[in-house]
Design a protein around this ligand. Structure first.
Ligand code: FAD
Length: 574
């Protein structure tokens, strides 16, 4: 079936499953369920089709999607951990969801991260060993755009080569790449080179793996799981430009069901309702899914009552447990001038775009970093309790980039930059998502709790000092001249704190707002099979489900959850 942009085309079809959100997770589930020709599936996506969006297709242009119609353009409530300022929260508002606009980094997190989820939920199916086949099922590891020799830059045995989602190594060498590798040799210890950080034990520095195909194009859940050969299936339907407002209760038994989905499509003034025969699956992301649940009267009964929304199912943890990674894209003055600053000059960009279109090569095939480091803090900087699940899980991350990662960071225009981003990947801070309006289309209140806990701030200072230490490797002597912009000269705790308050923001990884807990537990929102507690016929499959935030960038974690979820759902109906 084609991608529909009209409700009339699907009004009279009966669907077994309605998936809310055609994002990273939603399209995986839609694809896998429709492998069974007996299941009829509808995906309802708020944004438009992903097809033909150049800023999505060209990896280096990812950031151009911010503040456009392809971005939900959320902002946080004021963040005490950032000195009271608010932070932007980009989220994909397009088929493919955030996988269509993200920075394409492919990091699975650690064995310990998943084993902790298995322990918390009491379901060994979420352990690293159980999920490992699903990582491979998701992935099609391909050669990079420049076809360089990748021996020693990844470990073949931990990758899949036949899945839908292309993953590769950077396809264009930047001037810093070999210097970063040399620095790992000069410094050793925690800075040592790792061949493949996706083997479950990532500590050290290695080449970044990315969701880019062999032709230098973005691979997203839309390009992969809704590829033309899948859209041909007569039982797979996708409706775009349709924003779901809420779910409507369809049975009043002891475990009620909410099989009717209400949404607004741009082709109709009135709201439309469609009812699933078997299940509704919420895949609207860590912000969208809890928002829809709350709009539907599923959440903290007291809070909903106070707001004037009739509570239908009391689940106080909906929207709670919101965790994210905090990050800063630290700029240092580079002495070379072959940096992103050069290729961002409009005439140079235009030339490079021609090359990309013609041959799928050149600097635009890369995302904004080419190597990554995963590290732990030490001694008094280790929080008590330690938010990392074990000694092989990082507390913080470095990203090495050949220029400014976020072009509007406060540095002199045109100044060549070398960036070492810092991100807290095992945070202690926990925020929440709530609503303060009965209008389902109003923005929710999003508290990412960025650097809220003092222990996270302490880790951020340690991460910055670790970056300074990395730059003491002799290889940088004739390449880096110290911090740029606000970062220049910052060394004391006070100076670093001032810098952190001004520059820190989200690493774009909100999770946990509809988290799993053991079956029968009063805490949590989902059972380990992703069914919403106290309700029948409703699951959540997306970044909301994590009881603890994984320590890697979250797209791979979401893909793997969605692959297993699909098998769980299939098994329930055969
Ligand atoms: C700017 C940015 C950079 C990132 N960089 C990386 C990276 O480099 N590597 C990495 O691993 N991760 C990265 N991430 C995070 C990663 O992309 C997300 O964690 C992951 O894609 C989330 O998947 P999801 O299925 O939970 O949600 P999404 O992929 O966001 O999907 C949710 C979908 O639901 C739709 N939706 C929401 N509400 C409604 C509604 N009411 N009605 C209908 N549809 C609705 C949305 O439009 C969207 O398509 C980044 C994210 C962003 C935003």
């Amino acid at each position: 079936a084609p991608i529909h942009d009209s409700v009339d085309e699907i009004d009279n079809i009966h669907f077994d499953f309605i998936i809310v959100g055609g994002g990273t997770a939603g399209n995986v589930v839609a694809n896998r369920l429709t492998e069974n020709p007996k299941f009829s599936v509808l995906v309802i996506e708020a944004g438009p089709s992903h097809e033909g969006i150049i800023n999505s297709e060209v990896p280096f242009f990812a950031i151009n999607n911010w503040f456009t119609q392809y971005d939900w353009n959320y902002t946080t409530v004021p963040q005490p951990g950032l000195g009271g300022k608010s932070a932007i929260i980009p989220r994909g508002h397009v088929l493919g969801g955030s996988s269509s606009i993200n920075f394409l980094m492919y990091t699975r997190s650690t064995r310990e991260d998943y084993d902790r989820i298995a322990k918390i939920t009491g379901d060994q199916g979420w352990s690293w060993n159980s999920l490992f086949p699903y990582f491979k099922k998701n992935e099609k590891f391909v050669l990079p755009a420049d076809r360089h020799n990748i021996t020693g830059q990844f470990t073949p045995s931990v990758h899949g080569f036949k899945g839908p989602l292309a993953v590769s190594l950077p396809g264009f060498e930047t001037p810093i790449d070999s210097k970063v590798v040399t620095a790992t040799q000069q410094l050793g210890g925690g800075f040592s080179y790792v061949e493949d950080y996706n083997n479950g034990k990532p500590l050290g520095v290695g080449f970044l793996q990315v969701t880019v195909d062999e032709n230098g194009r973005r691979a997203s859940s839309a390009t992969a799981y809704l590829a033309p050969r899948y859209l041909k299936r007569p039982n797979l339907h996708v409706l775009v430009n349709a924003q779901v407002s809420r779910l409507i209760q369809t049975s009043r038994s002891k475990t009620p069901s909410f099989l009717t989905v209400e949404f607004r499509h741009r082709s109709r003034k009135r709201l439309t309702q469609l009812t699933a025969k078997k299940e509704v699956i919420l895949s609207a992301g860590a912000i969208g899914s809890p928002h829809i649940l709350l709009n539907s009267g599923i959440g903290d009964a007291k809070a909903l009552n106070a707001l004037g929304i009739k509570p239908l199912v009391d689940l106080p943890d909906v929207g709670q447990n919101l965790a994210d990674h905090s990050a800063i894209a630290n700029p240092f003055v580079a002495l070379g001038n072959d940096t992103f600053e050069r290729i961002r000059q409009p005439n140079v960009t235009a030339q490079l775009l021609k090359e990309w279109k013609k041959s799928g090569t050149g600097p635009l095939v890369n995302t904004v970093a080419s190597l990554v480091g995963f590290h732990r803090v030490e001694g008094a900087d280790i929080p008590n309790p330690d938010p990392a699940p074990g000694p092989e899980t990082p507390h913080f991350e470095h990203l090495f980039a050949n220029g400014l990662i976020v072009p509007n960071a406060f540095v002199p225009p045109g100044q060549p930059i070398f960036s070492v981003a810092t991100a807290i990947v095992s945070p202690s801070s926990i925020g929440s998502l709530t609503i303060n309006s009965t209008d389902p289309f109003a923005m929710p209140l999003i508290d990412l709790a960025l650097l809220k806990e003092e222990s996270d701030r302490r880790m951020m200072r340690a991460a910055l000092r670790h970056a300074f230490k990395f730059l003491t490797a002799p290889v940088w002597d004739d390449y880096v001249r110290g911090g740029a912009g606000d970062l220049a000269g910052a060394t004391t705790d006070e100076q670093l704190d001032e810098y952190i308050n001004a520059e820190a923001g989200t690493f774009f990884h909100p999770t946990g707002t509809a988290f799993m807990s053991p079956k029968g537990s009063k805490k949590g929102v989902l059972d380990p099979d992703l069914r919403v507690k106290k309700i029948s016929g409703l699951r959540v499959v997306d970044a909301s489900v994590f009881p603890r935030i994984p320590s890697g960038h979250t797209q791979s974690c979401v893909y793997v959850i969605a692959e297993r979820a699909s098998d769980i759902i299939k098994a329930a109906y055969t």
